[in-house]
Design a protein around this ligand. Sequence first.
Ligand code: HEM
Length: 147
Amino acid sequence: MSLSAAEADLLSKSWAPVFANKDANGDNFLVALFEKFPDSANFFADFKGKSIADIKASPKLRDVSSRIFARLNEFVNNSADAGKMSAMLDQFAKEHAGFGVGSAQFENVRAMFPGFVASVAASRAGADAAWDKLFGYIIDALKKSGK
Ligand code: HEM
């Protein structure tokens, strides 16, 4: 459940320009997810039933997006380390399954994430496949947790 060194390198090079502007890009990522998959917002107590305009204006947006980006950064930094990935995936899946979030929600993330990254900066060939693999591991871990 880890990426090859070459895939991890592609991932980290594609992630670097996104994380370099993590506050704005974190907010943009979450808003893009909610715009494409409106039901996603309803999983978050702070955003349930709110319009995109209200979510954009909410002081909670940065709280949530910064936690997501910090965790994605850890995944990127450890993606070639099988031991760390296994522990992180296990914790991540248990955590999200506990919030009622499962593989269906992460299939949505998997579908929009390469496009989101490309909206910040062009990635090298192969980067999309590396992101797909990472989210595939997350989805497998959620399925293993029963979600
Ligand atoms: C893109 C990858 C994602 C990452 C890296 C991520 C990461 C995190 C982290 C670090 C937390 C905080 C855990 C804690 O402090 O206890 C969290 C909480 C949460 N996540 Fe995710 N998440 C992601 C995607 C999603 C998606 C797609 C959904 C649902 C559609 C979701 C729903 C939640 C909910 C409901 C919470 C509970 C706390 C809250 O309401 O703020 N997450 N997530």
